[in-house]
Design a protein around this ligand. Structure first.
Ligand SMILES: Nc1ncnc2c1ncn2[C@@H]1O[C@H](COP(=O)(O)OP(=O)(O)OP(=O)(O)O)[C@@H](O)[C@H]1O
Length: 312
């Protein structure tokens, strides 16, 4: 597929904070690319630059063949932006909200009603079109925010954390909407700090930290090398008598974290050492309350690359 977004050596500094630092990436037509990073990684700054609302200090951005520095208006016409903060009017109906944004984007009177209807249907709000957003749940408002951004049927949709602070049902609804938009031919950039979301819908992931891409690829490519890694988390009554040095002697164990009532052990799953770990915990005064195991994920990749968690 041809490249439709190309970002090269992008930089943006706020006072003394280097928010975006030599960022480069490309997005192919029809892809869903997830931008994953913790708070402050530079996701919103990058998205606001692509959305033409923030001027970069340097670097080159080409969107749908248009140079961001010279052809802002042409870019505005082909993109739809779902901002992190809700940009809807609480006091007018959902339908009027979508209509307003669609006409701002230049949708002609002849097509307005049909496109507004399509947008409201695709986010599952058509039945509530006459209601005012002030009567909506947080998830419904987020969905309306998306409808406002897509009613002009843009080729490229850029979303900044569209699922922040909403219930799982609305989150799933939004993820399904994004996949349906891709199926209709849209290219989508999606920023989030929920790795489960990018694992679920993104064709490719860019992991951002301190304003730069530190890794990119499909989830499978990024998790390469971690296939045999498993993390066991044990809930115990006390860890008073447990020491890292005892667990670290078990073959296959890579990392250990001991807190008040939890012990986390990262290990090579091929070494089949779970029985040994459990018997050492018990013989060192830890009565097991519960345990769970987790295979390596993008969170593991991120933690390994940066030493930081995606979310606090
Ligand atoms: N208007 C601003 N003035 C000064 N510093 C800013 C401004 N906007 C962002 N920053 C700083 O730039 C860095 C990148 O912020 P940005 O909002 O782009 O990150 P983010 O990955 O979107 O974070 P979050 O997940 O919290 O939205 C952070 O250190 C932030 O504090």
């Amino acid at each position: 597929m041809p490249v439709t977004i190309s970002v090269h050596n992008l930089k943006k500094c706020y006072h003394n904070v280097q928010a975006v630092n030599n960022l480069s990436f490309t997005v192919s037509k029809g892809e869903i690319v997830g931008i994953l990073g913790p708070n402050g990684a530079g996701k919103s700054t990058t998205i606001n630059i692509l959305a033409t609302v923030l001027k970069p200090d340097s670097g080159k951005v080409i969107i749908a063949g248009h140079d961001l520095q010279k052809e802002k208006m042409q870019i505005k016409r082909v993109i739809g932006i779902v901002p992190q903060d809700l940009a809807i009017y609480e006091e007018i109906s959902a339908e009027k909200n979508v209509r307003f944004f669609a006409s701002l984007y230049g949708v002609s009177e002849a097509h307005l009603s049909a496109q507004v209807q399509t947008a409201l249907k695709s986010v599952g709000l058509y039945d509530r079109r006459k209601a005012k957003p002030k009567t909506f749940s947080g998830g419904m408002k987020r969905r309306l925010n998306i409808a406002c951004a897509i009613a002009h049927q843009p080729d490229i949709i850029i979303m900044d954390e569209p699922t922040v602070g909403i219930d799982p049902q609305s989150r799933n609804h939004i993820l399904e909407t994004i996949v349906a938009l891709q199926e209709k031919g849209a290219t989508i950039i999606y920023s989030t700090h929920y790795m489960e979301e990018v694992e679920a819908i993104a064709d490719r992931v860019l992991i951002l930290n301190d304003g730069a891409v530190i890794a990119s690829g499909t989830t499978q490519e990024l998790c390469k090398g971690f296939e045999n890694q498993i993390t066991y988390s044990f809930q115990v009554d006390t860890t008073k008598f447990m020491k890292e040095s005892i667990l670290s002697q078990i073959i296959g164990v890579k990392e250990i974290a001991i807190k008040e009532n939890t012990i986390q052990v990262v290990t090579d799953s091929k070494k089949n050492n779970l029985n040994e770990i459990i018997s050492i915990l018990i013989s060192n005064g830890c009565n097991l309350q519960s345990m769970n195991s987790e295979k390596a994920s993008l969170e593991t990749v991120f933690l390994t690359l940066t030493g930081k968690k995606l979310r606090d």
